[in-house]
Write a protein that binds this ligand. Structure first.
Ligand code: SF4
Length: 98
């Protein structure tokens, strides 16, 4: 399963409790007026990963506390990839929030 990612950012304080790594999914169909992330809306852009490859990249950062936030964009546009990530993360990465 492939997934399109806009960016992966470490040391985020504004995306949930604690210091987090945030995965910004590419693509959004919500069309908020005054979108602050318009460059993320087109699903054709972004970097393509296999979900397993994405999870392995996150693990490679060796985060002391594995606090991960999934954001976007609209991550639910890639819902199947989210489900696959959950299966992988059950074993490897705890504390995912969306
Ligand atoms: S990227 Fe965020 S702000 Fe922009 S349209 Fe989508 S949900 Fe709204």
């Amino acid at each position: 399963m492939k997934v399109k990612i806009a960016s992966i950012q470490r040391n985020r304080y504004e995306d949930g409790p604690g210091i987090r790594l945030t995965v910004f999914f590419q693509g959004c169909n919500v069309k908020c007026k005054g979108c602050h992330n318009s460059e993320i809306q087109d699903i054709r852009n972004g970097k393509e990963y296999e979900v397993k490859e994405l999870c392995e990249e996150i693990l490679s950062y060796n985060l002391p506390v594995k606090k991960i936030t999934v954001s976007g964009g609209e991550p639910l546009m890639q819902e199947e990839a989210l489900e696959e990530k959950e299966n992988f993360s059950d074993k490897a990465i705890k504390n995912f929030i969306h």
